[in-house]
Design a protein around this ligand. Structure first.
Ligand SMILES: [Zn+2]
Length: 394
Protein backbone atom coordinates (compact mmCIF):
# COMPACT_ATOMS: atom_id res chain seq x y z
CA UNK A 1 0.00 0.00 0.00
CA UNK A 2 1.30 3.45 -0.84
CA UNK A 3 -0.28 6.44 0.80
CA UNK A 4 -0.34 9.23 -1.67
CA UNK A 5 -0.98 12.84 -0.85
CA UNK A 6 -3.97 14.36 -2.58
CA UNK A 7 -3.40 18.02 -1.92
CA UNK A 8 -0.07 19.49 -3.11
CA UNK A 9 0.20 17.77 -6.52
CA UNK A 10 -2.85 17.64 -8.75
CA UNK A 11 -5.06 14.58 -8.66
CA UNK A 12 -4.11 13.63 -12.24
CA UNK A 13 -0.40 13.89 -11.40
CA UNK A 14 -0.96 11.65 -8.42
CA UNK A 15 -2.85 9.04 -10.42
CA UNK A 16 -0.24 8.99 -13.19
CA UNK A 17 2.64 8.85 -10.71
CA UNK A 18 0.93 6.07 -8.80
CA UNK A 19 0.42 4.07 -11.99
CA UNK A 20 4.05 4.56 -12.99
CA UNK A 21 5.29 3.74 -9.48
CA UNK A 22 3.46 0.42 -9.45
CA UNK A 23 5.54 -0.58 -12.46
CA UNK A 24 8.77 -0.11 -10.47
CA UNK A 25 9.60 -3.32 -8.68
CA UNK A 26 12.36 -2.07 -6.42
CA UNK A 27 10.72 -0.49 -3.34
CA UNK A 28 13.53 2.02 -2.85
CA UNK A 29 13.48 3.14 -6.47
CA UNK A 30 9.69 3.37 -6.21
CA UNK A 31 9.90 5.50 -3.10
CA UNK A 32 12.38 7.86 -4.70
CA UNK A 33 10.29 8.06 -7.83
CA UNK A 34 7.19 8.98 -5.83
CA UNK A 35 9.10 11.57 -3.86
CA UNK A 36 10.33 13.14 -7.06
CA UNK A 37 6.98 13.05 -8.76
CA UNK A 38 4.84 14.25 -5.90
CA UNK A 39 7.27 16.39 -3.96
CA UNK A 40 5.93 15.10 -0.67
CA UNK A 41 7.99 13.56 2.09
CA UNK A 42 5.07 11.70 3.59
CA UNK A 43 4.89 9.10 0.85
CA UNK A 44 5.77 5.78 2.38
CA UNK A 45 5.08 2.21 1.44
CA UNK A 46 3.78 0.07 4.30
CA UNK A 47 3.99 -3.57 3.23
CA UNK A 48 1.20 -5.87 4.32
CA UNK A 49 3.47 -8.39 6.01
CA UNK A 50 5.12 -5.69 8.06
CA UNK A 51 1.74 -4.35 9.15
CA UNK A 52 0.66 -7.83 10.24
CA UNK A 53 3.82 -8.19 12.26
CA UNK A 54 3.34 -4.79 13.88
CA UNK A 55 -0.21 -5.80 14.82
CA UNK A 56 1.02 -9.03 16.33
CA UNK A 57 3.36 -7.06 18.54
CA UNK A 58 0.50 -4.91 19.80
CA UNK A 59 1.32 -1.90 17.76
CA UNK A 60 -0.71 1.16 18.52
CA UNK A 61 -1.55 3.75 15.96
CA UNK A 62 -0.57 7.21 16.96
CA UNK A 63 -0.39 10.63 15.40
CA UNK A 64 -3.76 10.10 13.77
CA UNK A 65 -3.27 13.34 11.84
CA UNK A 66 -1.15 11.68 9.17
CA UNK A 67 -1.87 8.09 10.19
CA UNK A 68 1.67 7.04 9.39
CA UNK A 69 3.41 7.00 12.72
CA UNK A 70 3.59 3.52 14.21
CA UNK A 71 4.67 3.24 17.80
CA UNK A 72 5.51 -0.19 19.25
CA UNK A 73 3.68 -0.69 22.53
CA UNK A 74 6.04 -0.07 25.41
CA UNK A 75 8.49 1.85 23.29
CA UNK A 76 8.10 4.97 25.39
CA UNK A 77 10.80 5.26 27.98
CA UNK A 78 10.48 6.61 31.49
CA UNK A 79 12.03 9.87 30.34
CA UNK A 80 9.34 10.25 27.72
CA UNK A 81 11.62 9.59 24.78
CA UNK A 82 10.64 7.24 22.00
CA UNK A 83 13.60 4.97 21.46
CA UNK A 84 13.10 4.26 17.78
CA UNK A 85 10.90 2.84 15.11
CA UNK A 86 12.12 -0.02 12.93
CA UNK A 87 12.09 0.47 9.17
CA UNK A 88 9.01 -1.14 7.66
CA UNK A 89 10.38 -1.43 4.15
CA UNK A 90 13.00 -3.99 5.12
CA UNK A 91 10.80 -5.86 7.58
CA UNK A 92 8.88 -7.40 4.69
CA UNK A 93 11.87 -9.07 3.04
CA UNK A 94 13.50 -10.17 6.26
CA UNK A 95 10.23 -11.51 7.65
CA UNK A 96 9.80 -13.86 4.73
CA UNK A 97 13.35 -15.02 4.13
CA UNK A 98 14.57 -15.26 7.68
CA UNK A 99 12.18 -18.12 8.30
CA UNK A 100 13.98 -20.50 5.95
CA UNK A 101 16.86 -22.38 7.56
CA UNK A 102 18.73 -24.93 5.42
CA UNK A 103 19.30 -28.44 6.69
CA UNK A 104 22.95 -29.51 6.48
CA UNK A 105 24.75 -32.14 8.56
CA UNK A 106 28.23 -33.44 9.19
CA UNK A 107 29.02 -36.55 7.13
CA UNK A 108 32.62 -37.24 8.04
CA UNK A 109 35.17 -35.66 10.33
CA UNK A 110 38.93 -36.15 10.43
CA UNK A 111 41.86 -34.21 11.81
CA UNK A 112 42.58 -32.77 8.35
CA UNK A 113 39.07 -32.05 7.10
CA UNK A 114 35.33 -32.19 7.59
CA UNK A 115 32.73 -33.05 4.99
CA UNK A 116 29.07 -32.06 5.01
CA UNK A 117 25.87 -33.24 3.38
CA UNK A 118 25.70 -30.24 1.00
CA UNK A 119 29.17 -30.89 -0.43
CA UNK A 120 31.00 -28.49 1.87
CA UNK A 121 34.56 -29.51 2.75
CA UNK A 122 36.38 -27.71 5.51
CA UNK A 123 40.16 -27.80 5.65
CA UNK A 124 41.44 -27.89 9.23
CA UNK A 125 45.20 -27.58 8.83
CA UNK A 126 45.26 -23.97 10.01
CA UNK A 127 42.61 -24.39 12.70
CA UNK A 128 43.33 -22.66 15.94
CA UNK A 129 41.49 -21.38 18.99
CA UNK A 130 41.44 -18.07 20.80
CA UNK A 131 38.92 -17.37 23.55
CA UNK A 132 35.60 -19.17 24.07
CA UNK A 133 32.66 -17.13 22.81
CA UNK A 134 30.52 -15.39 25.40
CA UNK A 135 28.54 -12.26 24.69
CA UNK A 136 25.52 -10.21 25.60
CA UNK A 137 22.92 -8.54 23.38
CA UNK A 138 20.27 -5.88 23.82
CA UNK A 139 16.55 -6.16 23.32
CA UNK A 140 15.38 -4.13 20.32
CA UNK A 141 13.60 -1.01 21.43
CA UNK A 142 14.73 -1.46 25.03
CA UNK A 143 18.45 -1.24 24.51
CA UNK A 144 19.03 1.06 27.44
CA UNK A 145 17.46 -1.33 29.92
CA UNK A 146 20.67 -3.32 30.12
CA UNK A 147 22.19 -6.36 28.52
CA UNK A 148 20.82 -9.88 28.15
CA UNK A 149 22.16 -12.92 29.94
CA UNK A 150 25.38 -14.30 28.46
CA UNK A 151 25.06 -16.28 25.21
CA UNK A 152 27.50 -18.61 23.50
CA UNK A 153 25.99 -19.62 20.12
CA UNK A 154 26.86 -17.34 17.18
CA UNK A 155 23.96 -15.12 16.14
CA UNK A 156 25.06 -14.13 12.65
CA UNK A 157 27.74 -14.02 9.97
CA UNK A 158 29.85 -11.06 8.81
CA UNK A 159 31.30 -11.45 5.32
CA UNK A 160 34.71 -9.93 4.74
CA UNK A 161 37.28 -9.81 1.99
CA UNK A 162 40.98 -10.09 2.68
CA UNK A 163 41.85 -7.17 0.39
CA UNK A 164 45.19 -8.98 -0.05
CA UNK A 165 47.56 -9.24 -3.00
CA UNK A 166 45.98 -10.82 -6.05
CA UNK A 167 47.28 -12.29 -9.23
CA UNK A 168 45.34 -13.08 -12.37
CA UNK A 169 43.11 -16.16 -12.07
CA UNK A 170 44.78 -18.12 -14.85
CA UNK A 171 46.23 -21.66 -14.97
CA UNK A 172 49.80 -20.41 -15.39
CA UNK A 173 49.42 -18.37 -12.18
CA UNK A 174 48.43 -21.37 -10.02
CA UNK A 175 51.77 -21.73 -8.24
CA UNK A 176 51.91 -18.03 -7.46
CA UNK A 177 48.33 -18.04 -6.18
CA UNK A 178 49.15 -20.97 -3.88
CA UNK A 179 52.19 -19.18 -2.45
CA UNK A 180 50.19 -15.99 -1.84
CA UNK A 181 47.30 -17.99 -0.37
CA UNK A 182 49.54 -19.88 2.06
CA UNK A 183 51.16 -16.67 3.30
CA UNK A 184 47.69 -15.22 3.78
CA UNK A 185 46.45 -18.21 5.79
CA UNK A 186 49.49 -18.04 8.04
CA UNK A 187 48.95 -14.33 8.64
CA UNK A 188 45.23 -14.76 9.34
CA UNK A 189 45.93 -17.59 11.79
CA UNK A 190 48.51 -15.51 13.62
CA UNK A 191 46.04 -12.63 13.94
CA UNK A 192 43.01 -14.86 14.68
CA UNK A 193 41.42 -12.60 12.13
CA UNK A 194 38.45 -14.70 10.91
CA UNK A 195 36.71 -17.98 11.58
CA UNK A 196 36.94 -19.00 7.93
CA UNK A 197 38.88 -18.04 4.83
CA UNK A 198 37.70 -19.02 1.35
CA UNK A 199 40.78 -19.13 -0.88
CA UNK A 200 40.80 -18.36 -4.60
CA UNK A 201 40.17 -21.98 -5.54
CA UNK A 202 37.08 -22.08 -3.34
CA UNK A 203 38.71 -24.12 -0.59
CA UNK A 204 37.27 -23.39 2.85
CA UNK A 205 39.83 -23.06 5.63
CA UNK A 206 38.78 -22.99 9.23
CA UNK A 207 41.05 -20.60 11.11
CA UNK A 208 39.40 -19.86 14.46
CA UNK A 209 37.05 -22.47 15.89
CA UNK A 210 33.37 -21.58 15.72
CA UNK A 211 33.14 -21.82 19.49
CA UNK A 212 35.69 -19.01 19.89
CA UNK A 213 35.96 -15.28 19.27
CA UNK A 214 37.80 -13.98 16.19
CA UNK A 215 39.10 -10.43 15.72
CA UNK A 216 37.10 -9.66 12.62
CA UNK A 217 34.51 -6.95 13.14
CA UNK A 218 35.83 -4.33 15.60
CA UNK A 219 33.41 -1.50 16.30
CA UNK A 220 30.21 -2.58 14.65
CA UNK A 221 26.43 -2.43 14.91
CA UNK A 222 23.66 -4.67 13.63
CA UNK A 223 20.06 -5.33 14.61
CA UNK A 224 17.37 -7.81 13.67
CA UNK A 225 13.70 -7.66 14.57
CA UNK A 226 14.23 -8.58 18.21
CA UNK A 227 17.84 -7.95 19.05
CA UNK A 228 20.56 -5.30 18.80
CA UNK A 229 24.17 -6.43 18.51
CA UNK A 230 27.19 -4.26 19.18
CA UNK A 231 30.82 -5.07 18.39
CA UNK A 232 30.29 -8.34 16.59
CA UNK A 233 33.61 -10.10 17.23
CA UNK A 234 31.88 -11.97 20.00
CA UNK A 235 28.43 -12.55 18.59
CA UNK A 236 28.95 -13.10 14.84
CA UNK A 237 31.14 -15.49 12.86
CA UNK A 238 33.58 -13.96 10.36
CA UNK A 239 34.03 -15.43 6.88
CA UNK A 240 36.61 -13.82 4.62
CA UNK A 241 36.99 -14.31 0.90
CA UNK A 242 40.48 -14.02 -0.57
CA UNK A 243 39.57 -11.15 -2.86
CA UNK A 244 39.68 -7.43 -3.45
CA UNK A 245 36.28 -5.85 -3.02
CA UNK A 246 37.30 -2.31 -2.14
CA UNK A 247 35.10 -0.33 -4.51
CA UNK A 248 38.03 1.90 -5.48
CA UNK A 249 39.89 -1.20 -6.73
CA UNK A 250 37.29 -1.75 -9.44
CA UNK A 251 35.28 -4.87 -10.16
CA UNK A 252 35.76 -7.60 -7.58
CA UNK A 253 37.49 -10.73 -8.80
CA UNK A 254 35.56 -13.34 -6.88
CA UNK A 255 35.73 -16.72 -8.59
CA UNK A 256 32.73 -19.03 -9.19
CA UNK A 257 34.35 -21.59 -6.87
CA UNK A 258 34.47 -18.97 -4.11
CA UNK A 259 30.80 -18.10 -4.56
CA UNK A 260 29.88 -21.79 -4.38
CA UNK A 261 32.01 -22.24 -1.25
CA UNK A 262 30.39 -19.21 0.37
CA UNK A 263 27.00 -20.69 -0.32
CA UNK A 264 27.64 -24.15 1.16
CA UNK A 265 29.54 -22.74 4.13
CA UNK A 266 26.78 -20.24 4.89
CA UNK A 267 24.16 -23.00 4.59
CA UNK A 268 26.06 -25.20 7.04
CA UNK A 269 26.52 -22.43 9.61
CA UNK A 270 22.92 -21.28 9.33
CA UNK A 271 21.74 -24.85 9.74
CA UNK A 272 23.99 -25.56 12.72
CA UNK A 273 23.23 -22.39 14.68
CA UNK A 274 19.81 -21.52 13.21
CA UNK A 275 21.12 -18.17 12.01
CA UNK A 276 18.49 -15.97 10.40
CA UNK A 277 19.15 -14.76 6.86
CA UNK A 278 18.86 -11.12 7.93
CA UNK A 279 21.85 -11.60 10.23
CA UNK A 280 24.17 -12.52 7.35
CA UNK A 281 25.71 -9.20 6.34
CA UNK A 282 28.89 -7.64 5.04
CA UNK A 283 31.56 -5.83 7.04
CA UNK A 284 30.79 -2.55 5.29
CA UNK A 285 27.19 -2.76 6.50
CA UNK A 286 28.08 -3.17 10.15
CA UNK A 287 31.34 -1.25 10.54
CA UNK A 288 31.27 2.04 12.46
CA UNK A 289 33.71 4.58 13.80
CA UNK A 290 32.63 5.78 17.27
CA UNK A 291 35.35 8.47 17.07
CA UNK A 292 33.47 10.52 14.49
CA UNK A 293 30.08 8.70 14.67
CA UNK A 294 30.29 7.67 11.01
CA UNK A 295 29.17 4.36 9.53
CA UNK A 296 31.14 2.42 6.93
CA UNK A 297 34.57 2.69 8.57
CA UNK A 298 35.66 -0.52 6.87
CA UNK A 299 34.12 -1.04 3.51
CA UNK A 300 34.96 -4.50 2.37
CA UNK A 301 31.96 -5.80 0.43
CA UNK A 302 30.39 -2.35 0.34
CA UNK A 303 29.56 -3.43 -3.17
CA UNK A 304 29.09 -6.67 -5.04
CA UNK A 305 28.44 -9.27 -2.38
CA UNK A 306 26.59 -12.03 -4.28
CA UNK A 307 23.68 -12.34 -1.85
CA UNK A 308 21.38 -14.15 -4.28
CA UNK A 309 24.03 -16.67 -5.33
CA UNK A 310 24.88 -17.36 -1.71
CA UNK A 311 21.20 -18.17 -1.08
CA UNK A 312 20.40 -15.06 0.94
CA UNK A 313 18.00 -12.15 0.47
CA UNK A 314 19.52 -8.89 -0.70
CA UNK A 315 20.54 -7.54 2.68
CA UNK A 316 22.01 -4.46 1.00
CA UNK A 317 18.38 -3.33 0.91
CA UNK A 318 18.28 -3.17 4.70
CA UNK A 319 18.39 0.27 6.27
CA UNK A 320 21.68 0.41 8.16
CA UNK A 321 20.88 -0.04 11.88
CA UNK A 322 23.89 2.06 12.88
CA UNK A 323 22.20 5.05 11.23
CA UNK A 324 18.56 4.74 12.29
CA UNK A 325 19.21 3.13 15.66
CA UNK A 326 22.16 5.15 16.92
CA UNK A 327 22.24 8.22 14.69
CA UNK A 328 25.50 7.49 12.89
CA UNK A 329 26.12 9.59 9.81
CA UNK A 330 28.43 8.77 6.92
CA UNK A 331 31.10 10.43 4.88
CA UNK A 332 29.38 11.61 1.69
CA UNK A 333 32.42 10.50 -0.30
CA UNK A 334 31.48 6.95 0.69
CA UNK A 335 28.43 7.13 -1.54
CA UNK A 336 30.61 8.02 -4.52
CA UNK A 337 32.87 5.00 -4.15
CA UNK A 338 30.48 2.32 -2.97
CA UNK A 339 27.90 2.29 -5.68
CA UNK A 340 24.17 1.92 -5.46
CA UNK A 341 23.56 -1.21 -3.34
CA UNK A 342 25.34 0.06 -0.24
CA UNK A 343 24.05 3.56 -0.89
CA UNK A 344 20.48 2.26 -0.62
CA UNK A 345 21.08 1.05 2.95
CA UNK A 346 22.49 4.46 3.85
CA UNK A 347 19.56 6.32 2.31
CA UNK A 348 16.97 4.06 3.93
CA UNK A 349 18.73 4.38 7.28
CA UNK A 350 18.65 8.18 7.06
CA UNK A 351 15.03 8.12 5.96
CA UNK A 352 14.06 6.09 9.00
CA UNK A 353 16.11 8.34 11.25
CA UNK A 354 14.31 11.43 9.93
CA UNK A 355 10.91 9.82 10.44
CA UNK A 356 11.75 8.83 13.99
CA UNK A 357 13.01 12.36 14.75
CA UNK A 358 9.74 13.77 13.40
CA UNK A 359 7.79 11.31 15.52
CA UNK A 360 9.48 12.85 18.57
CA UNK A 361 8.96 16.37 17.42
CA UNK A 362 12.75 16.75 17.50
CA UNK A 363 15.13 18.22 14.99
CA UNK A 364 17.37 15.69 13.28
CA UNK A 365 20.37 17.16 15.05
CA UNK A 366 18.77 16.95 18.50
CA UNK A 367 17.57 13.40 17.88
CA UNK A 368 21.03 12.35 16.67
CA UNK A 369 22.55 13.79 19.84
CA UNK A 370 20.14 11.77 21.94
CA UNK A 371 20.90 8.55 20.08
CA UNK A 372 24.64 9.08 20.31
CA UNK A 373 24.31 9.44 24.07
CA UNK A 374 22.37 6.16 24.19
CA UNK A 375 24.96 4.46 22.00
CA UNK A 376 27.76 5.46 24.34
CA UNK A 377 25.80 4.28 27.36
CA UNK A 378 25.19 0.90 25.77
CA UNK A 379 28.82 0.71 24.69
CA UNK A 380 29.95 1.15 28.29
CA UNK A 381 27.47 -1.53 29.46
CA UNK A 382 28.98 -3.80 26.85
CA UNK A 383 32.57 -3.04 27.89
CA UNK A 384 31.71 -3.78 31.52
CA UNK A 385 30.21 -7.12 30.47
CA UNK A 386 33.20 -7.97 28.33
CA UNK A 387 35.55 -7.19 31.21
CA UNK A 388 33.54 -9.54 33.42
CA UNK A 389 33.65 -12.23 30.72
CA UNK A 390 37.43 -11.81 30.40
CA UNK A 391 37.82 -12.12 34.15
CA UNK A 392 35.87 -15.38 34.06
CA UNK A 393 38.08 -16.56 31.23
CA UNK A 394 41.01 -15.95 33.59
ZN1 LIG B 1 36.39 -6.90 7.01
Amino acid sequence: MAREPQSAPGRLTTIVAGWQARRIEDPVARLHFLRHSLGDRRVWDVPRLARQEWKRRKIVWAAAGCGLLLLPAGAWKGNGVLWDRAPVLTAQASERDANYIPSVWLVEQGTEREEYSNGLRIERRYETSLTPREYVVFQRGREDRGASAARTAPAGIVFHSTESAQTEFQPDQTRRMRIIGTALLEFVRQEHAYHYVVDRFGRVWRIVRESDIANHAGHSVWADRDTTYLNLNRSFLGISVEALTDPSAGQSQVTPAQVHALRVLTEMLRSKYRISAQNCVTHAQVSVNPGNMQAGYHYDWAVGFPYAQVGLPDNYAAALPSIWLFGFSYDPSLVKVTGEPFWRGLVLGEEQLRQNATAHGLSLEAYRGLLEKRYRQILSTLSANNVKAKEREG
